[in-house]
Design a protein around this ligand. Sequence first.
Ligand code: DOR
Ligand code: ZN
Ligand code: ZN
Length: 346
Amino acid sequence: DLTLRSDELLMPGSVDLHVHVRGLGLSYKEDVSSATSEAAYGGVTLVGDMPNTHPYLNTAEAVLEKLREMERSRIDFVVYAGVGSETKKLDAMPIAGYKVFPEDLERPELEDVLSSSKLKILHPEVPNSLQGQRTLRALWQELASLRLVRGRFHVTHCTSKETVELAHGSGFTADLTPHHLLLHESDCWDKVNPPLRDETTRRALWDSLWVAEAVVSDHAPHLPEEKRWHYDICPPGIAAISFTTPFIYSLVFRGVLSVDRAVQLLSKGPATILGLKMGEIAEGFAANFTVVRREYWRYSTAYTKASHTPLDGYPLNARVTMTFVQGKVAFDGGEVYPVRGVNAIA
Ligand code: DOR
Ligand code: ZN
Ligand code: ZN
């Protein structure tokens, strides 16, 4: 029964372009069922899954195995592959594109990925170990000078306004994460990549919320005990896939963002980056939507194995009360249901 209350909005489902679902050999950190249950709880109806699991998803065999595993996904999904020697084979498979990590910049196989017609997702910053070598900035300029098709390159988790401007100046799309908007390096000890920035950079990043094409969670779950390790060996990552949608609609209820802008950042923008037009989504993904209620509460995760995030307890003014995937109830406020999502690229 779907009777909307006067304090509820019926919105398109959120598309989260950047998620580490894990699974396969990293299922102890997170598996397809725990990640996509957390997603449904957070109003997300489609995830883009990153390739850095075990085995690494840069071979046809590993990607096939991952696609089979994703059949257990409770929401729709796309899969990205990593840089390796099997790009020609991978190009023929139902994957959305490739994730280029900073370490990949030195690999000769990168050329094949860069000439693939599929979407390439790039990192915005270069780690110290690679500074002075082929930097991402130089790579972007090279790519821009080749006048490659607009929109087929996407710069993810931009942490500064300047990076978003540089991405747009190169003809690429760009996204932001809630944690880089909300947390700065000296009020949060959690390790994450790219690292949290200083307070001035964080504040200025809010300007980008009006020009970026998408917001993403970069959901990167690790076990609570791993996150308690000494900073030097602690794995980086914040597991808050369920935070993004109520956070953005909180900004709508507080009068900061328009509903149109929220839909652009959460649904329309990311769907367009994936090459899924809203019309096609309406046809092929009949009823992916979410009900968002105006309600004050403090954020907490529900289904991820990660269990702790630095956003726990953050005050929000919006809450997801229902999520529909493929026209079926995937989350109803109290429970998630084993709806079967589909590969949006197949
Ligand atoms: O914080 C991060 N965690 N950044 C990455 O690039 C990888 C990710 C992960 O897989 O844990
Ligand atoms: Zn990353
Ligand atoms: Zn990531």
